[in-house]
Design a protein around this ligand. Structure first.
Ligand SMILES: [Zn+2]
Length: 403
């Protein structure tokens, strides 16, 4: 099923543009007219990360006239394994600044609009309203639902991609033409049920596989050529090197694009996705006494470990993270017991009563869950490392790597 072109053709191409885009112009499906549509198009890329990086490069090379990029993050050394729009010199810079500079180097004929903000319910409609297509490369569920709902409310198509480890998914959500994201994924997963790439890892080149499909779909929507990925969900397994296409349908009861929508304006998506401390003000510190465990800072833990070393005290330090996370960075003397084992109830019997337990993870959320589960077995000697191993690196040993 084709869809009419989303964008009308811009002015006649200059000689420079004709030379640059000759390989597109040679394609009968694009031609001079299609290239003028691309030059007149405005595409917003949400996130200048794993998916946004290849997407920005190919959108720029394709001659999409205006490319918006929204991201409030800065480039970290651990991004360079997959975020190919950034380089070594960009570590510590704003991602939007780095991306804009790279895009200008690829194609100075396109304009980049930087949005140095975190996309939120307060700013999303205003930002998205300026664009013809939104390409979502977000790494979290709150932003995915936010982008979806904003696109439905604005009537925009939304090219969505998602990656984790060796698996990718990609589709075009377009309410009124096919399903929206919520039609197919009505409920966010429970927080922490789905590990993120930051804890589970991701193959760098997978970003290019999924990000380039997203750009292909954006080009097809802009020029009105081919069969867009509306109503189909592509599921990619890089280890099997397979692509499966699932048919997905609009849900007449969808709360945002259905017949009687209940979501008629943007809501609090962090609360919707059940993220801890999202809006109720219940931060870890105030939640801790209720959950029956204490909190310890990284510097306090360093003192405790030194005292344990000299025999002045005893306790067990437990790392609840994934094995791969420990290979990147570990706190000396920590023993690994995965969070799942606390959930299954098999961790508690391994931790002898009478010896206090300190638990830690990457940033403190997963270990707080483990601490709560352990405290619920009747222990009053459980403590969580506030800020996790990241706080340890920051406050105790900055020579260690982070991720
Ligand atoms: Zn829907």
């Amino acid at each position: 099923m084709g869809i009419p072109p989303l964008v009308s053709p811009g002015p006649e191409l200059t000689a420079e543009q004709k030379a640059r885009y000759a390989r597109h112009i040679l394609l009968p499906q694009i031609g001079l007219e299609g290239q003028r549509r691309l030059a007149n198009a405005r595409v917003l890329v949400v996130g200048a990360g794993g998916l946004g990086s290849p997407a920005l490069l190919y959108l720029a090379a394709a001659g999409v006239g205006t490319i918006g990029v929204v991201d409030d993050d800065v480039v970290d050394a651990s991004n360079l394994q997959r975020q190919v729009v950034h380089g070594v010199k960009d570590v510590g810079r704003r991602k939007t600044e780095s991306a804009a500079e790279t895009v200008a180097g690829v194609n100075p004929l396109v304009q980049v609009v930087r949005h140095d903000v975190r996309l939120s319910a307060d700013n999303a409609l205003e930002i998205l309203a300026d664009y013809d297509v939104v390409l979502d490369g977000a790494d979290n569920f709150a932003t995915r639902y936010l982008v979806n709902d904003a696109c439905v409310l604005l009537g925009l198509p939304h090219v969505w991609g998602s990656i984790y480890r060796f698996d990718g998914q990609v589709s075009v959500w377009f309410a009124g033409v096919g399903p929206c994201y919520r039609c197919v994924f009505p409920d966010p997963p429970p927080p922490d049920a789905v590990p993120s790439c930051a804890t589970g890892g991701v193959l760098g080149a997978l970003c290019a596989s999924i990000g380039s499909v997203q750009v292909t779909e954006a080009v097809k929507l802009i020029t009105g050529e081919g069969e867009p990925l509306v109503g189909r969900l592509l599921v990619h397994d890089a280890l099997r090197q397979s692509w499966d296409s699932l048919t997905v349908r609009a849900d007449p009861d969808c709360p945002v694009c259905g017949e009687s929508p209940t979501v008629t304006s943007l809501v609090d998506y962090e609360q919707f996705c059940g993220m801890p401390g999202a809006s109720g003000g219940a931060d870890v510190d105030s939640a801790a006494p209720e959950a029956g465990f204490g909190e310890v800072s990284a510097t306090e833990l360093a003192t405790m470990l030194a005292e344990r070393e000299s025999g002045q005290r005893d306790f067990v330090l437990v790392d609840v993270r994934e094995p791969g996370e420990r290979e990147v960075v570990s706190i000396p003397g920590a023993v690994p017991i995965h969070l799942d084992r606390f959930r299954e109830g098999t961790a508690a019997p391994e931790l002898p009563r009478g010896i206090p337990v300190v638990v830690h993870c990457k940033s403190g959320a997963r270990s707080a869950e483990a601490a709560g589960l352990l405290a619920a077995t009747g222990r009053d000697d459980v403590t969580n490392l506030t800020g996790g191993v990241l706080a340890w690196v920051r406050d105790v040993d900055p020579s260690l790597p982070t991720y």
